[in-house]
Design a protein around this ligand. Sequence first.
Ligand SMILES: Nc1ncnc2c1ncn2[C@@H]1O[C@H](COP(=O)(O)OP(=O)(O)OP(=O)(O)O)[C@@H](O)[C@H]1O
Ligand SMILES: [Mg+2]
Length: 303
Amino acid sequence: MSQTTHAYNSSVIQPKEDMALEKSSDNSDSALANPVICTRSLEVTYKNNLKALKSTSLEIAQGSFVVLLGTSGAGKSTLLRALNGLVQPTAGSVKATGLGDLANPSTLQRHRRQTGMIFQQHHLIGRLSVLNNVLLGRMGHHSGWRMFCPWTRSEKEQALAVIDRVGLLERALARADQLSGGQQQRVGMARALIQQPRLLLADEPIASLDPNTSLRLLQSLHDICKSDGLTTVVSLHQVDFARQFADRIIGLKQGAVVFDGAPQELSAHQVTDLYRHHTSVEARPVSAAASATVFQQSSLLEA
Ligand SMILES: Nc1ncnc2c1ncn2[C@@H]1O[C@H](COP(=O)(O)OP(=O)(O)OP(=O)(O)O)[C@@H](O)[C@H]1O
Ligand SMILES: [Mg+2]
């Protein structure tokens, strides 16, 4: 990728003092001065020695709608998962404003309670109703014996309100497995929203939907997040949708941020570069020994 003024440069995004990260988010001068979450020289290397995320320093501004772009394997899910402590940094840190470093288990627990997650595969319980699936999003707010009590009237009203917001009120009592893929993803949205999160992470929420359904779903997600001032990070494969909805696009390539800027700053050339197929030695995670094992196994299959 050619160097442009918009290409990521860690010197442009200066780490703030840790003290600033710990302070409360309520009295900020501007959204950028008040990130919801920051990564500092974050790296993730999986057990197979694959460095899925190279030193990454990012600040996600309060209320922003950020889209992660990049080819398959670029590290989008790894970054999203690191923002929710689902993968541990092997170097660097992830800090949530007002809470601290996610390496601290109690900080992580509090952060997760305030972070909604939307997955590509919905992760709904098919035999449960839409209402009950959405109510499961409240689980993080309960602890111990309280989890065994029935949902309160107020919780049910809250669930119906979010189901209404995602446009599914008339299907509230339907079984989740009787809904279309797009409707199921709306249930996933509602389940994340009932948490009343301050951060929403969505990993390819439209990957299995047709283009029209994808557009409608993203539009709803964007509208709700904007009207609630909810900070959102979404990974997508559709550059057009990223341009249409993102305040900021972060382009990842082989685990490194290679673009970080506003949609209008992302040139066609940069998009081509972002999606150019890469076959460098570094891109190959598998050791010679592992290759030999795979070769052996495939020979066995053919025998
Ligand atoms: N649990 C894991 N163990 C080992 N390697 C992993 C693991 N999860 C991901 N990887 C590898 O890390 C790299 C980044 O994967 P990641 O899932 O973050 O990419 P992605 O950008 O989300 O891709 P996609 O668009 O296909 O979802 C890939 O090479 C992947 O094979
Ligand atoms: Mg992914």
